[in-house]
Design a protein around this ligand. Structure first.
Ligand SMILES: O=P(O)(O)OC[C@@]1(O)O[C@H](CO)[C@@H](O)[C@@H]1O
Length: 302
C-alpha cells in the first residue's frame, strides 16, 4: 500500500480568463474550479483512479480543510488526516491568454506535536511506501521528513523543493524533482535532457536510490545506480500543468508496485501525466487504457 503525506495541503482554485491578466482592471472569469489538492493528496487521487491501494494523510484544518476532506470522501479517495488548529491554505492558478500564473499560500504555522500524530497514523497503516510531497508549512523543517522516513521500514519517496533535497538525511528510496528543483539541488545545468540525466545521477549518488525527474514538455527521466531511461511525452492538448509531476510519480509508483520493469514504469508515469495536463486544475482525468497507451510512448536508455 502507498500512503501519501501532505504536510501543507491546499484547496486548488483554478480560474480561467478570456484575455490576459490585467492590473488596475476587473478581470472576469470563464471557469472557476475548486479541487482538493497538495502534492501528496494528488498522488493518492491518481493512484486511486489507477486502482492502486492508497491512503492519503497530512494536516488539515478550518473551512478549507473541511472542503478537502469532503471532496476526497465524495470522490472515494481513502484519507485519514490529523486535524490542526489553523486553516488549510487556498492556492490559485490563473489561466490567461498570456500564460499560467500560480499563487501558492505559505500555509498556517504548525506545531511540532502534529508531526508525532502523523507518524503514529502512518505506523497504523504499515505501508510499503510513504510519499512525502509538497512544501512544508511554517514550523516544520526537513528533519520532520527524515523522522517520517526513519519511523518504519517503509520505502520513502520525496517530492519537495530543490533546496530541501539538499538538507535531507539520505538514503531515500525515491525522489521526484522537476527540472528547476534538479538544478537547485545540484547546482548543475539542466537545459538539455543529457544535462538533466547528469544532475539526476548526481542526486542518485548522494543517496536517492531512484530519481524520477519531470522535464515538462520534454517528458521525464528515471535514473538509478545502473540504469537510466528517458520517455518522450505523448501528444497532448495542454490546459494547464498543475498536478503533472504528481501524476508522473503516481504512475511510476503504481507500475513499480505492479512489478513492471523500470523503463516501463516511466512510460506509464508519463502517460498518466499526459492525461492530467489535459484537464484544468488537479481534477482526475479519465485514466482508462493507460497501460495500453503507455506502451506506445517512446522510451530510450540514457
Ligand atoms: O506549495 P507546494 O506544496 O509546493 O505545491 C502545492 C501545489 O501547487 O502543488 C500541487 C500540484 O502539484 C497543487 O495541488 C498544490 O496547490
Amino acid at each position: 500500500m502507498i500512503l501519501t503525506v501532505t504536510l501543507n495541503p491546499a484547496v486548488d482554485h483554478t480560474i480561467k480568463l478570456d484575455g490576459p491578466l490585467e492590473a488596475d482592471a476587473v478581470n472576469r472569469t470563464t471557469l472557476d474550479q475548486y479541487d482538493a489538492g497538495g502534492k501528496g493528496i494528488n498522488v493518492s487521487k491518481y493512484l486511486e483512479a489507477l486502482d492502486a491501494e492508497t491512503v492519503t494523510s497530512g494536516l488539515v484544518g478550518g473551512l478549507f480543510g473541511d472542503f478537502v476532506e469532503r471532496q476526497l470522501s465524495r470522490t472515494k479517495v481513502p484519507h485519514d488526516f490529523v486535524e490542526m488548529s489553523g486553516c488549510t491554505r487556498l492556492n490559485t492558478t490563473i489561466l490567461s491568454e498570456d500564460g499560467e500564473y500560480k499563487i501558492n499560500q505559505s500555509g498556517h504555522p504548525v506545531k511540532r506535536r502534529s508531526e508525532r500524530a502523523i507518524i503514529e497514523k502512518i505506523a497504523d497503516y504499515d505501508p510499503e511506501t510513504v510519499v512525502v510531497a509538497g512544501s512544508l508549512p511554517p514550523g516544520l523543517g526537513p528533519a520532520t521528513i527524515d523522522r517520517i522516513a526513519d519511523a518504519g521500514d517503509w520505502d520513502t519517496a520525496v517530492d519537495v523543493e530543490g533546496g530541501l533535497l539538499d538538507r535531507l538525511e539520505v538514503p531515500y528510496a525515491w525522489c521526484k524533482p522537476n527540472r528547476a528543483e534538479l538544478a537547485t539541488a545540484t547546482g548543475m545545468p539542466t537545459g538539455t535532457v543529457e544535462e538533466c540525466r547528469a544532475a539526476a545521477r548526481e542526486l542518485q549518488s548522494r543517496g536517492f536510490r531512484r530519481v524520477v525527474a519531470s522535464l515538462g514538455p520534454d517528458g521525464a527521466i528515471l535514473v538509478t545506480d545502473d540504469d537510466g531511461f528517458y520517455v518522450e511525452p505523448p501528444e497532448t492538448d495542454v490546459v494547464d500543468t498543475a498536478g503533472a509531476g504528481d501524476a508522473l510519480l503516481a504512475g511510476v509508483l503504481k507500475a513499480s508496485a505492479d512489478g513492471l520493469p523500470l523503463g516501463e514504469t516511466l512510460r506509464y508515469g508519463v502517460e498518466v501525466a499526459g492525461r492530467v495536463v489535459e484537464v484544468p486544475g488537479t481534477t482526475v482525468p479519465s485514466l482508462s487504457a493507460v497501460a495500453e497507451e503507455a506502451s506506445s510512448n517512446r522510451l530510450r536508455s540514457l
